[in-house]
Ligand binder design. Structure first.
Ligand code: FSO
Ligand code: SF4
Length: 554
């Protein structure tokens, strides 16, 4: 195995024996083989497109689900990957057949051009999947800069895949994004692409990241309403409860519907916290609030929760025996020997009855904290008080906005973000999204004329809201360049959705982003130089020094 797709990769170089995340070599190799076959599907689909046949509506849903399953901490279940690879071969056959047919119709002869191995390798012996997986990963590309750019685009695409899949679950898709998914994967197999071409591909991945987050924003807000300012309860009640984590709002909706009137309460964990601010969910009395903190604390918090836990997406950490019998996965999430709730059948809801029946037999959660934390400051809320915000900027009450969105992680070095939040002067407002917020969202930093000093837009995908707010402020304040606004970016990254968010910000022209707690291992020296030259990206440093520079607009 070789995996360096997340911030916690071993020695900031690569995991080679077992993932720091707990992913074993077999699963890593199967994930590599799955991505390899997804690339093969994309190669045929792109060739079909050259012949005038667009198959992206067939390829994109599967490509997105497949990539989604390979993001950090989503799925640790080897059997699930064996099945996904089988399905990928079936789809590849189907796409190949359609391409060969249209080629013959157009040219009057069989296709005899060259194809990469991604399009041709096949075995019906599952044990070969494990062997082949060791040859077809990241290190398959020898040139470090080409490898770096291919992986940068692929990881951004994994983020697009996750967000695109959430949107599709809510009935929203966009042909442009679907076409890009297959184009991007096929491009990573094309040895004729120059470094400049690949830089272009990475930039296009950023543009599609913006499109995808906008689509998911539309899907979420048109289905569940705009998030509203909400004081989210972080205490507990006496009833038994179900804890729901991950990012899938459709699962949230169906769980709330099915638990209503059962005597079982529902709590969110980690990235599901923003569900507390949607009007469609707030109406349920048995939706109590949020329990605990960000993903990496689950090993302790799932123990004290006492009731069943539903993981709808990442981040799952190695499951402990103490709660193995009461944790469930669904969607693209998976873990060996953990019960998986199957997908919904056409026109039906998922069936969460097993979880609800189990909850009824469990003790109520142990209280960890009490009080509330503010949420619901997505684009609609912030723009509804835009006049007040602009006035506060113009009269100097707000000196600077600092976007501190992204991810949290296990490393102590992430205390940097807590230190920055504490160190920022009282005229600074933090704009946040994603699980990065747990490093400072309980600090009680106060408000500026009624505007909380930590404005939480929601999940990591709701970073779109933050970009939207910046673009709207640019218009309203009559500023020419987004970089002339009093906004700085101090981004915490961990997994591939954060790569998607980062590329989205770059594609919107945001410069001078600080990125931490370390720079990605998959960014080579030359690629980093390009990012520094074009976008003035810099690593996070000392909190005090960074705050001084941020407040000086540097
Ligand atoms: Fe966090 Fe995990 Fe949302 Fe990520 S829970 S780290 S970027 O999966 O997706 O922010
Ligand atoms: Fe290592 Fe991260 Fe890959 Fe897990 S996802 S194997 S921690 S690089």
């Amino acid at each position: 195995m070789f995996c360096y797709q997340c911030q916690e990769t071993a020695k900031n170089e690569g995991c080679t024996v077992k993932g720091v995340c707990g992913k074993d070599a077999d699963v890593a190799n199967l994930q590599d083989l799955l991505v390899f076959v997804l690339k093969g599907i994309s190669v045929y689909a792109e060739k079909a497109k050259e012949e005038g046949l667009d198959l992206s509506d067939k390829t994109a849903p599967f490509i997105m689900e497949g990539l989604f399953a390979t993001i950090t901490n989503a799925n640790f279940d080897a059997e699930r990957f064996e099945d996904l690879i089988d399905e990928a071969f079936e789809l590849r056959d189907e796409v190949q057949e359609k391409f060969e047919k249209v080629y013959k119709e157009n040219h009057g002869e069989e296709f005899s051009g060259e194809l990469p191995e991604h399009a041709t390798w096949y075995s019906d012996d599952i044990s070969d999947y494990y062997d082949k997986g060791t040859d077809v990963g990241v290190l398959e590309t020898e040139d470090v800069d080409v490898r770096s750019l291919r992986e940068l685009a692929t990881y951004g695409l994994k983020g697009i895949a996750a967000y695109g899949d959430h949107a599709r679950v809510l009935g929203k898709q966009k042909d442009e994004i679907d076409r890009f998914a297959q184009k991007c994967l096929a491009a990573t197999t094309d040895d004729s692409m120059s470094v400049d071409d690949l830089v272009g591909l990475v930039m296009e991945t950023g543009e599609m990241s913006v499109e995808t987050m906008a689509l998911l924003d539309e899907a979420n807000t048109s289905t569940y309403g705009h998030p509203e300012p909400t004081d989210v309860n972080i205490g507990v009640r006496d009833n038994p409860g179900i804890l729901i984590s991950g990012h899938d709002l459709k699962d949230m909706e169906e769980l709330l519907e099915q638990t209503e009137g059962t005597g079982v309460d529902v709590y969110t964990h980690s990235e599901m916290l923003p569900a507390n601010s949607y009007p469609a969910f707030k109406k349920y009395d048995h939706f109590v609030g949020n329990y605990g903190n960000s993903w990496w604390k689950q090993d302790k918090e799932f123990e004290t929760f006492n009731g069943p836990i539903l993981m709808t997406t990442n981040c799952i950490t190695p499951v402990k025996d103490s709660y193995k019998d009461r944790i469930f996965t669904t969607g693209m999430a998976g873990y060996p020997e953990v019960t998986h709730i199957p997908d919904r059948k056409e026109g039906e809801s998922k069936d969460f009855s097993e979880i609800i029946e189990l909850a009824k037999t469990c003790d109520s959660p142990v209280q960890l904290e009490e009080g509330t934390i503010p949420g619901g400051y997505a684009r609609n809320t912030v723009m509804s008080v835009a006049d007040k915000v602009i006035e506060a900027v113009e009269n100097g009450d707000i000196g600077r906005f600092v976007v501190m969105g992204g991810c949290d992680g296990r490393f102590n070095s992430r205390e940097y973000f807590t230190d920055v939040a504490k160190e920022l002067p009282e005229d600074a407002v933090i704009l946040t999204s994603g699980c990065a917020k747990y490093r400072y969202n309980k600090l009680d930093l106060g408000d500026i004329g009624g505007i909380p000093r930590v404005l939480d837009a929601g999940q990591c995908n709701d970073s779109y809201s933050l970009a939207y707010i910046a673009l709207q402020l640019k218009e309203a304040m009559g500023v020419d360049d987004i970089n002339d606004l009093p906004i700085s970016y101090d981004i915490a990254w961990y997994e591939q959705k954060a790569v998607c968010v980062l590329l989205a910000l770059l594609s919107l022209g945001v410069k001078g982003i600080r990125l931490g707690p370390t720079l990605p291992a998959f960014v080579s020296e030359n690629v980093l130089n390009v990012l520094v030259d074009k976008f003035d990206i810099k690593p996070t440093g000392d909190a005090k020094e960074d705050v001084a520079a941020i407040m000086a607009g540097e």
